[in-house]
Design a protein around this ligand. Structure first.
Ligand SMILES: NC(=O)c1ccc[n+]([C@@H]2O[C@H](COP(=O)([O-])OP(=O)(O)OC[C@H]3O[C@@H](n4cnc5c(N)ncnc54)[C@H](OP(=O)(O)O)[C@@H]3O)[C@@H](O)[C@H]2O)c1
Length: 282
């Protein structure tokens, strides 16, 4: 990919206040793109915008809660109003709520995760479509390996990412005649604020202990962003990162074996830890 592939292109990045979205916005700014950065925390967006301008980009801050369809529409309208066109939409905003399904006191958190990770992406894409068709542009979705192979203790997140994958696969065929590409990125673990922000069954963020399993070898947000932009530039249909492809293949070839390994590696330790701390998972 040339160094300035996205120069002068108009790009929207949702979830740009932290992690992968922030890295995407800054790399696009470094290429001379015009970037609308969206998320709920306006102060964080202003910091990203200031850094992006120093790198040579033109940045527009649009505080947005993607769970609100009206705000998604306003994000698209304000971006096109300011820059006159739209070349790429990156649906990146996301969060997770982790617990056994039966531990959630009601379905409020389940809906919240679906509203952000899935309906938010659908709404932004819906309102962006006429503009993207005009520019033969690009839709990018940051999904997850969890959108290919399920994890227990994560039903809201996994459901949202499977839904996002299906939405993108269906939309890709609809947009092919219009020259608009749809690229799905499925990251494995990436070092961001994601696991701190993860909510428990009561809706409390896990905080710094969420990062306890991070290792120096894990993918950085910058690397994930660079791979995403490369894939978007080449209009790839899908990129599964890290060892995620192994899980995706095992799901097809030996789903029972994958379930067994996943329970051993992911669920049993969670249950052991909860029991050791005197909490119940039953
Ligand atoms: N990190 C990983 O290991 C990993 C692995 C696979 C997939 N992913 C996916 O990568 C994407 C980015 O996550 P990340 O790892 O960069 O996490 P992060 O550092 O926690 O960033 C998440 C971003 O989403 C935004 N967001 C959350 N709720 C929002 C809402 N209602 N409206 C608008 N923006 C919202 C947050 O901003 P505000 O709080 O300011 O709104 C933040 O900018 C997510 O879709 C996630 O599922 C991450």
């Amino acid at each position: 990919m040339p160094d300035e592939s996205f120069r002068d292109q108009v790009v929207i990045v949702t979830g740009a206040s932290a992690g992968i979205g922030r890295a995407l916005a800054l790399q696009l700014a470094g290429q001379g793109a015009r970037v609308a950065v969206a998320a709920r925390r306006a102060d964080r967006l202003e910091q990203v915008a200031a850094e992006g301008r120093q790198r040579g980009g033109t940045l527009l801050v649009v505080p947005t809660d993607v769970a609100d369809e009206t705000q998604c529409q306003a994000l698209i309208d304000k971006t096109v109003g300011a820059f006159g066109r739209l070349d790429m939409l990156i649906n990146n905003a996301g969060l997770a709520a982790t617990a056994l399904l039966e531990q959630f006191p009601n379905l409020g958190l389940f809906r919240q995760v679906m509203d952000v990770n899935f309906h938010g992406a659908v709404a932004c894409t819906y309102y962006a479509l006429p503009h993207l068709k005009r520019t033969r542009g690009r839709v990018v979705a940051i999904s997850s390996v969890g959108g290919k192979a399920a994890l227990p203790y994560n039903t809201p997140y996994i459901s949202s990412k499977f839904a996002l994958q299906g939405f993108c696969d269906s939309l890709r065929m609809e947009l092919q005649p219009h020259g608009v590409s749809v690229t799905v990125i499925c990251p494995w673990w990436v070092v961001t604020e994601f696991h701190e922000a993860q909510l428990d069954q009561a809706g409390r963020p896990r905080g710094p202990r969420g990062r306890a399993f991070y290792t120096p070898n894990m993918m950085t947000a910058e690397r994930c962003a660079a791979l995403t932009l490369e894939a978007a530039w080449r209009r790839r249909r899908e990129v599964v990162l890290g060892p995620g492809w192994l899980a995706a293949w095992l799901k097809l070839l030996a789903p029972g074996l994958l379930d067994w390994v996943t329970v051993k590696v992911f669920l049993e330790p969670v249950i052991r830890r909860a029991r050791a701390q005197g909490r119940t998972t039953e």
